[in-house]
Design a protein around this ligand. Structure first.
Ligand SMILES: NC(=O)c1ccc[n+]([C@@H]2O[C@H](COP(=O)([O-])OP(=O)(O)OC[C@H]3O[C@@H](n4cnc5c(N)ncnc54)[C@H](O)[C@@H]3O)[C@@H](O)[C@H]2O)c1
Length: 350
């Protein structure tokens, strides 16, 4: 690292990746401020010795302006999001507010202080859409769903505002990260955590479609230093995929999770595909290796074992059911309040 001094704001710092990032930046010597509205965050993820934490909803523009005027961050690590990609078609307003609008509020307020040096924006590989993998950073943005549209707009707005206001930026595109601190109760995202909670709750594992979708999973600790290194000038103006090197099917992932949870077999139920889910999605990784030194020291198999150990200590969690904004026959049945988690049927509809 070229410097380990400076005031950093980490948004989404009670969430999965935000808490890891905030705490590592503090270990590196930075003064770390963290905010989260606790919509998907967990107070157990926050180490108050490593981040000065404030509950703040980034949708509330006047509160955000007051807070940013007080902190005057030099660096912004923006991770706050509702990252439920599959559910984004069914809650398009929330998805736009918590992703695009929230980011515009915090970024504009940071620019106004005239202290902002650099933004590290956590985007997503979803911006590549349905192109032929492996997705390379040189590919154009072709978002296929509401979440990806918000992320693509956040990326483009960063480039435009950087050009006008002169701050530096790096765009990080993580994909399929797993590890401790990930929400176990979120019904709408993070397949590894959902599978683990299903097993702990003695429910079948549900897989959308035939399970032959491919993704490249990675363990959070393998990516963490690369995320933090994005503060350095060497990454200025770059878009960087950061994530797993090898891709596997969701069926294979289910086997890995079942084994890591100490089970030999588990009941798996296949449901119909989720609308607009991209079948094969994984990225090139060469740029993360050459620019940031990305290495899979722990690897996803051992990472899942570590996560399983942590999940078992936390124990089975109740699912957080949140009403979607719009429903129709394409809505996955697991997201209806009358879904029976044991039988895999919808109460009075089936
Ligand atoms: N986990 C992955 O595999 C993955 C993959 C690609 C991209 N990402 C991106 O990385 C970032 C972190 O993802 P994560 O997996 O840690 O998600 P997460 O849900 O665990 O963390 C996001 C945090 O943002 C907070 N938040 C949401 N709306 C907010 C608002 N309006 N104001 C303040 N806080 C708000 C949530 O409460 C949550 O704690 C996100 O931007 C996500 O899009 C993650």
């Amino acid at each position: 690292m070229t410097s380990s001094t400076g005031r950093i704001l980490v948004t989404g710092s009670a969430g999965f990746m935000g808490s890891w990032v905030a705490h590592r930046l503090a270990e590196l010597g930075y003064e770390v401020y963290g905010v989260d509205n606790m919509q998907h965050g967990d107070k157990e993820n926050i180490d108050h010795n490593k981040q000065k934490f404030t509950v703040l909803d980034l949708r509330n523009r006047s509160y955000v302006e007051d807070y940013i005027q007080y902190v005057k961050p030099e660096y912004l690590f923006h991770l706050a999001a509702t990252a439920r990609e599959g559910a984004s078609q069914f809650s398009p307003i929330l998805m736009t507010e918590n992703n695009l609008n929230a980011y515009m509020n915090v970024l504009t307020a940071c620019i106004k202080t005239k202290k902002l040096k650099k933004v590290i924006l956590f985007s997503s590989m979803s911006v590549y859409g349905n192109q032929k993998p492996p997705f390379d950073e040189t590919f154009e943005r072709k978002p296929e769903d509401v979440y990806a549209v918000a992320k693509a707009a956040m990326e483009r707005n960063t480039e435009i505002l950087s050009d006008v206001y002169g701050f530096r930026y790096t765009i990080v595109r993580p994909h399929n990260v797993a590890g401790e601190h990930q929400s176990l109760s979120d019904l709408y995202r993070n397949v590894v955590a959902i599978f683990m909670n299903r097993i702990m709750r003695n429910e079948p594992i549900y897989i959308y479609g035939d399970g032959e979708q491919t993704r490249a999973f990675s363990y959070i600790a393998d990516s963490l230093d690369c995320y933090c290194k994005c503060i350095e000038e060497i990454t200025d103006g770059h878009i960087i995929n950061i994530g797993g090197i090898n891709h596997i099917t969701i069926n294979k992932l289910a086997e890995m999770v079942i084994e890591a949870m100490g089970e030999k077999t588990w009941k798996i139920i296949h449901l119909k595909d989720r609308p607009r889910e991209v079948k094969h999605a994984y990225c090139t990784y060469e740029k993360s290796v050459s620019l940031l030194g990305y290495k899979e020291e722990i690897g996803i198999e051992e990472g899942i074992r570590r996560m399983a150990h942590w999940a078992k200590r936390k124990g089975p969690q109740p699912w957080t059911f949140e009403r979607l904004e719009i429903y129709n026959e394409k809505t996955p049945i697991t997201w209806f309040s009358d879904f029976d988690n044991k039988s895999g049927c919808r109460g009075h509809f089936i």
